[in-house]
Ligand binder design. Structure first.
Ligand SMILES: Cc1ncc(COP(=O)(O)O)c(C=O)c1O
Length: 340
């Protein structure tokens, strides 16, 4: 039975052409900052995000942690949505390692507005912490932040002396879905991370981008966390290949997601259609627990994930048009709405 892996866009494997680029990469010792391919990637990331500088990190988690470590740090507070990745899926690293206190805010889809931040900024007194940072995630659950919200948050942050970090793990999906360039999305934040190892299909790595002064500090923290690596040009070559060849094609993932979402509706599932803006689909089946739906799909060769009580499917580079059609047929045949 053929397996269709829709658990995440992190499951993709490097293509033959990407592996060839990796094999041929010019390399040097990146802890000495002597890897020419890595330098090229970091300069490219800075240019794409419109920031002064960029730093390669092994993972999105490390990029987010370093951003918080440098811009907030011990005893400071970060305002963020309660459903954000830094809260739910990063092992509490901001508290455990950076010593930062997350102040979580309930918000529909995890999308914050300036209003959500009102009254939450602490200046620090004899017994209270100081708020230092607002952290937003874009896309969040595949949903693109409304630009107006980011503009409002930025105005608020400036008025209150706060920095903004954007977890832009899937910011290229936002660019392709909305037509707004990554540089514009990034302009609403002081720092941004984006991942090479998700929709872009590289095996490893993220880029943390910001001012030169910020990146200089980030470099020290990366080393402290054990993230200084040597001949990283091999990884940078994969990243450069991904940026050259795998950005525009994200539109295919988005189209595949819409096709699958329609099939789920045909099959009787409840789909958050408004949320299917990029490559992520959330759905439920009346009266059936998410793990039961997951198991049923698995029996038919479709691998999915759960997020709380909801089932999640993520289209990706390794799912072709033909695969999408096959997945859609399976889903329609299953008549999920009658599972109960
Ligand atoms: C929104 C978001 N941020 C950060 C990360 C962390 O990336 P990594 O797995 O490279 O640490 C992920 C991973 O799935 C993510 O979805």
């Amino acid at each position: 039975m053929k397996l269709y892996d829709l658990r995440s866009d992190t499951v993709t494997k490097p293509t033959a052409a990407m592996r060839a680029a990796m094999a041929n990469a010019e390399v040097g010792d990146d802890v000495y900052r002597e890897d020419p391919t890595m330098t090229q990637l970091e300069e490219r990331a800075a240019e794409l995000t419109g920031k002064e500088a960029a730093l390669f990190v092994p993972s999105g988690c490390m990029g987010n942690l370093i951003a918080i470590y440098v811009q907030a740090g011990r005893g400071k507070e970060v305002l963020t949505a309660s459903s954000s990745h830094i809260i739910g899926h990063e092992i509490g690293s901001m508290a455990a390692i950076a010593g930062t206190l997350p102040i979580t805010i309930e918000a529909a889809r995890g999308v914050l507005s300036a209003q959500d931040l009102q009254g939450r900024v602490k200046r620090g007194s004899y017994d209270s912490a100081t708020t230092a940072l607002v952290a937003v995630e874009n896309t969040i659950g595949g949903y693109c932040y409304p630009k107006e919200n980011l503009i409002g948050i930025q105005t608020f942050a400036r008025e209150h002396g706060l920095n903004i970090h954007m977890d832009g793990a899937r910011i290229f999906n936002a660019q392709v879905a909305t037509g707004l360039p990554v540089s514009e999305w990034a302009s609403y934040a002081d720092t941004i991370t984006f991942c090479l190892s998700k929709g872009l299909g590289a095996p490893i790595g993220s880029l943390l981008c910001g001012s030169r002064a910020f990146i200089n500090e980030a470099l020290t923290v990366r080393k402290m966390l054990g993230g200084g690596m040597r001949q990283t040009g091999i990884l940078a070559a994969a990243g450069l290949y991904a940026l050259d060849h795998h950005v525009e094609r994200l539109a295919e993932d988005h189209r595949h997601a819409r096709m699958i979402a329609h099939s789920l509706q045909e099959s009787g599932a409840h789909v958050d259609m408004e949320g299917v803006q990029t490559n992520i689909i959330f759905f439920t089946v009346d009266g059936v627990e998410a793990p039961v739906v997951l198991q049923r799909l698995k029996e038919e060769g479709i691998l999915a994930n759960t997020e709380g009580s909801v089932v999640r499917l993520v289209t990706n580079l390794d799912i072709s048009e033909a695969d999408t059609q096959a997945i859609s047929s399976i889903i329609e045949r299953l008549q999920l709405g009658r599972m109960r």
